[in-house]
Design a protein around this ligand. Structure first.
Ligand code: AMP
Length: 183
């Protein structure tokens, strides 16, 4: 099972990705979590990424692509994986496409969680992460619209896109996602 989560910040990608990863016993790979851990540990990656994450900007592709290449070749990815927060722009999606071809893999579904903006802002403000303040949230939503939303079209054209209403109760979203995946 190889899944990609799409959708704006606050749509519930992390929560749903974690639940599905447990349920299918496959790794949940969150580039945001990898970056936050690197920032906390003050590694080279963390130091280079911090200012971008704090501003709500995307970290340059150069910092992310090798990391994904290495992560998708670790031994726990044999049965599948769930990507959360990657790809975040069309060039990352094209990179992933080539990488998966090289690895003889294929993404089964790109799951797109749809949630209205007003709900997103409320959820993000309630979450309390360091980059969940009003100005950073607004920048992240703009960055999403400008750079990440076009990735939806990319997967639609590949016939891999599944859109689910992410504004419902968590359990209902999980149920809908599972029923789409198992079709
Ligand atoms: P997330 O936890 O997915 O909301 O990501 C938090 C922050 O990490 C984002 O606002 C970006 O600054 C950075 N980030 C996460 N994933 C990526 C990615 N694939 N490409 C570039 N920046 C990313």
């Amino acid at each position: 099972m190889k899944l990609i989560f799409l959708g704006p910040p606050g749509a519930g990608k992390g929560t749903q990705a974690k639940l599905l990863a447990e349920s299918y016993s496959i790794p949940h790979i969150s580039t945001g979590e990898i970056l936050r851990a690197a920032i906390a540990k003050e590694t080279d990656l963390g130091k280079q990424a911090q200012a971008f994450v704090d501003r709500g900007e995307l970290v340059p592709d150069a910092l992310i692509l090798d990391l994904i290449r290495a992560r998708l070749q670790e031994s726990d990815t044999q049965q599948g994986w769930i990507l959360d927060g990657f790809p975040r722009n069309v060039s990352q999606a094209e990179f992933l496409e080539k990488l998966l071809a090289e690895l003889n893999q294929n993404c089964d579904h790109a799951l797109n969680l749809e949630v209205p903006d007003a709900v997103l802002v409320q959820r993000l403000l309630g979450r309390g992460r360091k980059d969940d303040n009003e100005s950073t949230i607004s920048r992240r939503l703009d960055v999403y619209r400008e750079q990440t939303a076009p990735v939806i079209e990319f997967y639609k054209q590949q016939g891999a896109l599944v859109s689910v209403d992410g504004s419902q109760q968590m359990e209902d979203v999980t149920k809908n996602l599972k029923s789409c995946i198992s079709v």
